[in-house]
Write a protein that binds this ligand. Sequence first.
Ligand SMILES: [Zn+2]
Length: 480
Amino acid sequence: MKETAWKWLSDNESKLIETSDKIWNLAELGLVEYKSSEILAKSLEENGFKVRRGVAEMPTAFVASWGSGKPIIGVQGEYDALPGLSQKVTTHREPIVQGAPGHGCGHNIHGVSALGAAIAAKIAMEKNGSKGTIRFYGTPAEETYSGKMFMVRDGLYDDVDAVLSHHPGSSNVAGIGSSLAINSVKFHFHGVSSHAAYTPFLGKSALDAVELMNVGINFMREHIVQEARIHYVVEDGGMQPNVVPPYARSWHYVRAPEREQVDHIYEWVLKIADGADLMARTTHKVEFIEGVYNVLPNKGLSDVVTANMREIGTPEYSKQDLKFAEEISTTVPREDKIEELRLSKRPGWQGLIDEVIDTEIMDPWDEGIVWPGSTDVGDVSWVTPTMEFTTSTYVLGIGAHSWQVVACSGAGIGHKSLLFAAKAMVGSVIDLITEPEVLKKVQDEFVTRKAGRVYKSPVPKDIKPPLKIAREQAGYKESQ
Ligand SMILES: [Zn+2]
């Protein structure tokens, strides 16, 4: 079966690359990935999948299914870009459109590696007469508004037996580290405007409330778990200095390794906001933007993916790929590359200082490590066994969310990582479909790791995906 699936992927390589490049060129931001999501949904539809578009109240979220009955194996694809990272496929900084978005996290590849795996799985299962269901989750806005969080809350993952996804990276590894749980929230403070010099006593400054709240938060830092991270920006601090600001708004992220730690710190932050009101004589409203879980890893799924990666073997790079990789890696100073490698904690990282592409297939080395970022894959991982693995899409020493990642995600090195990932993913899907004991082991581990803890969506029921905000940020006009 795997041979059938892998052959289909090899035969359709150029079509998949073309699809990835199309999404790369579109570079649509979270929740407005109208064209990118449609490219993937349509392609699945054309290949016999039944597609439900606009799920979980997001026009760019969809679920596509093929097959029937159990097991149900999910693959998931992201396709949102990042602001300001527009970049040509060149080895120096050169935007296509200055200030426009770009695929600085390689999500053009993320979606298409899963697309290829889903279709190839169907082709192989059809030929073999295998029972089971392949489900593709089209998951928008990973970078901003955590589309999966709404999809999990709406129960779309409730009956799925395991979920796989692939993320572009600089190593080939099915990691078993975790991530930080997060709450993202905005505080809208309301005061009273007044002439700031003549009649300041008539005014109540909403900006004062924002500043006092942040003073409170900054003092709080000393008394929370060390791994917690809180960051904020002031989105609106008033209009001009001679008007006491009647309105001000701040946006905060609260992160910590465990969901319950975030809940605890968040409760405290809410009290600090109340305290700011008392001091500044203001009122405020809380706007909850998102809340996601930390990732619950799964070693069983990691083993399956790693074995498949090794059976396939890492890609062969052309001279042109290597030249591109060599050149782009010179854009990072050696000392920065060393720090980036050190941060990865990859065993033997010192031996990679003079390497450009990581061509090894590593055993996961990150058991017990909490990576300092957050992802909505976390929520999925608490309702079903989940694995997101990486392949070497970009060169060693460059970090994600950079112009170099945009360039690599549209270049040969990225294309090869896409094909490799799709093959590893479909091989793993086939193992889970055809070997019930493997799936059982994975599910048993999932139960053990949850240790009786029950997933409860951090997002209040009345919170809807912020479609309007997303459209505004992407430059769509209100009337459109
Ligand atoms: Zn990403």
